[in-house]
Write a new protein. Structure first.
Length: 316
């Protein structure tokens, strides 16, 4: 079970007792009840804002906690955001097979070398699986799929987990901080070798990595702070359009040297990329964060990002 972040909308189920809120249904025979709202404090007790009323629940009474999307999200909206994100990171070659977008990028990153179900009713039968396996096999790659929650019914695809939960966090672009002159941020339309090494280490295959991170279906920008040959903070931005016409600013590859954290560098990079995104017509923005990355998850939530949906990588 993923641990919620302050600011998440959650549902908490708990055993009723003297120290817990009364059952909202007024059922005197109930042994358990639940509260749905925004997590305000994650100590002991948990404090949840339920429609403007704070509710405190001791951890010892809690039987389950489930993170919900910040607002109600339809499956079609999940597909729309995933389509924009896939267009921003499409690999160096791709194909549509049985409702799935198959991406390959020389094995560089899971995102660029996985299939994602973008069409309603994407097939999960043996013929579709065989076709996907064949496509990846000819490229010397394992068959990895990204499974957004709810789009593929549970049990319809068996495989080996290849990641933990990844959270798609979203918000409107309006209201995000834009660039200031306090910290100079360099922006280019192509990644430099030092940028790529900051992103993936000194052993990175520069040619393959450059091709993958440059392969957006929309405009792309690369930001960095520090010396040209030794950046201390970087980020990447794209603007792509979802199937419902929304222009999405995708923020990826945000990294800051551990020796330079807490100096506002990541915020400066993000603000510079937001300014660039506004100039390219972005309306909404997303980031993708692994659920166990508590530092990044908390930071994005302080900026107003909220959970849209989650997905996992599975190798089949």
């Amino acid at each position: 079970m993923s641990a919620p972040f302050v600011g998440d909308r959650i549902v908490v189920r708990y055993r009723l007792g003297d120290a817990t809120p009364a059952d909202w249904r007024g059922d005197r025979a109930a042994a358990q009840s639940d509260v749905t709202g925004i997590l305000r404090e994650d100590g002991d007790p948990l404090v949840i804002d339920r429609d403007g009323t704070p509710e405190s629940i001791p951890r010892a009474a809690i039987t389950s906690v489930r993170i919900l999307s910040r607002v109600t999200v339809r499956n079609s909206e999940i597909r729309a955001v995933e389509a924009a994100a896939a267009a921003a990171w499409p690999g160096t070659e791709s194909a549509m097979v049985s409702g799935w977008l198959l991406r390959a990028g020389g094995g560089f990153t899971r995102r660029a070398n996985s299939a994602v179900p973008l069409e309603f009713g994407a097939d999960t039968d043996s013929d579709a699986i065989a076709a996907m396996r064949g496509w990846y096999s000819t490229r010397g790659l394992p068959t990895m799929i990204a499974l957004p929650e709810r789009l593929i019914p549970a049990g319809h695809i068996d495989g080996r987990p290849a990641s933990g939960e990844v959270q798609m966090l979203v918000r409107d672009v309006a209201g995000l901080p834009t660039a200031t002159s306090k910290v100079p941020v360099r922006q280019t339309d192509a990644p430099t070798t030092p940028w790529l090494r900051a992103y993936r280490g000194v052993e990175v295959d520069v040619e393959v990595a450059a091709a993958v991170v440059s392969a957006s279906r929309g405009p792309v920008a690369f930001a960095s702070i520090g010396d040209h040959d030794d950046p201390v903070s970087i980020g990447r931005a794209t603007v792509t359009e979802s199937t419902d016409g929304t222009r999405w600013l995708g923020l990826t590859a945000l990294w800051t040297s551990s020796a330079r954290r807490r100096e506002g560098l990541a915020g400066a990079v993000l603000s510079g990329l937001v300014t660039w995104g506004v100039e390219h017509g972005a309306q909404r923005t997303y980031v993708q964060v692994e659920e166990d990355n508590r530092i990044a998850g908390n930071w994005y939530r302080t900026l107003g990002f909220g959970l849209h949906h989650t997905y996992r990588y599975v190798e089949i």
